[in-house]
Design a protein around this ligand. Structure first.
Ligand SMILES: O=C(O)CCC(=O)C(=O)O
Ligand SMILES: [Fe+2]
Length: 315
């Protein structure tokens, strides 16, 4: 049955074509003119193919430059985020704040000698907190230095830092290896040397285990606070971290181990009419707790000092 329908259709089509051919001949059209009318116009075909190729290449180039653009900007800013490639996507798509976290905040809450019980009410708030002299008793206060970390990283064979984040901020380093290859004059930021400031995640379990021999979990954090399997080190001089938000899952604590550090916090743009920027100075032994997911933050190191801090998340 299907075959019958096909052959009927074929013969109708053939007959119509012959009919048309004869008709156009009668009108005085030559064979060549008929062929040209039937075949697609070569010039038009070329034009549309070229247009399609150009459009395709253009879109591809735009896509590649956007992707490279993200990378280049991330590298230039040296910022920290969960998905390093997507800082600007995160920034553009983050939920707008209702600003309750920052309204009426003009300075951090400040504690001396805080206990776990006293801290409990503030532990999960987004209000910046400084606990003065909280970590003065930690062995890490005296033990940690550029040299300590150099020996740690070179001593542990095949320490795997490839998956750990390295933040060079405004420095000219590409990886943590460059930091440990610096001349001793540059390490000490002697006159004429380029100043540097870096941060990096320590996610190799052996490195982390060795670091944690020198400090406990901060005594004031809730007993059941979840601690991640990596901790950050920030060290260097002068310009610290550039202004940014962190796209991380938890709150953070930071221990200022050496030197002083100025923290500048800014509310997000949508809160600028209700909230204000704040600035505070921390000293060796102080603990800093900032919800870096909602407060834009930047740091600087005053008076040519060397600053060294360790930082972790909790939640
Ligand atoms: O300590 C610093 O210089 C920067 C710290 C930072 O960016 C952070 O805690 O997220
Ligand atoms: Fe940050």
């Amino acid at each position: 049955m299907a075959h019958d329908v096909c052959s009927i259709t074929r013969s109708i089509t053939k007959e119509s074509l012959i009919e048309a051919h004869v008709k156009y001949h009668k009108l005085g059209l030559t064979e060549e003119e008929l062929q040209n009318a039937a075949l697609p116009n070569k010039a038009a075909l070329m034009r549309s193919t070229t247009l399609r190729v150009l459009l395709y290449c253009g879109s591809l180039t735009l896509l590649i430059s956007l992707l490279i653009g993200y990378d280049v900007l991330n590298v230039l800013l040296g910022i920290r985020c969960i998905v390093p490639h997507n800082y600007f996507t995160w920034e553009a798509t983050r939920a707008l704040s209702d600003c309750t976290f920052c309204s009426n905040v003009t300075q951090p809450i400040e504690f001396n000698n805080v206990t776990r019980e006293m801290f409990e009410a503030y532990a999960y708030s987004s209000q910046p907190i400084v606990v003065r002299r909280a970590f003065l008793h930690w062995p890490a206060m005296k033990r940690f230095s550029w040299q300590f970390f150099k020996e740690l990283y070179t001593g542990i064979e095949k320490s795997d830092d490839s998956e750990c984040q390295f933040l060079h901020f405004k420095s000219d380093f590409i990886s943590i290896r460059d930091v440990f290859a610096m001349s001793s004059a540059r390490v000490s930021n002697l006159p004429g040397e380029k100043s540097w400031y870096v941060g990096w995640g320590n996610c190799d379990p052996l490195i982390l285990e060795e670091m944690r021999r020198h400090y406990p979990k901060p005594h004031f954090l809730p007993e059941d606070a979840e601690i991640p399997s990596q901790e950050y080190v920030f060290m260097g001089y002068e310009d610290g971290a550039t202004m940014h938000l962190d796209f991380i899952n938890r709150l953070m604590w930071q221990a200022q181990l050496q030197g002083s550090k100025v923290w500048t916090l800014k509310p997000p743009p949508e809160c600028q009419s209700r909230c204000q920027a704040l600035q505070f100075l921390v000293h060796p032994g102080d603990a800093v707790l900032v919800d870096t997911r909602v407060w834009y933050h930047a740091t600087t190191i005053p008076n040519g000092q060397f600053s060294l801090s360790i930082q972790s998340e909790y939640g």
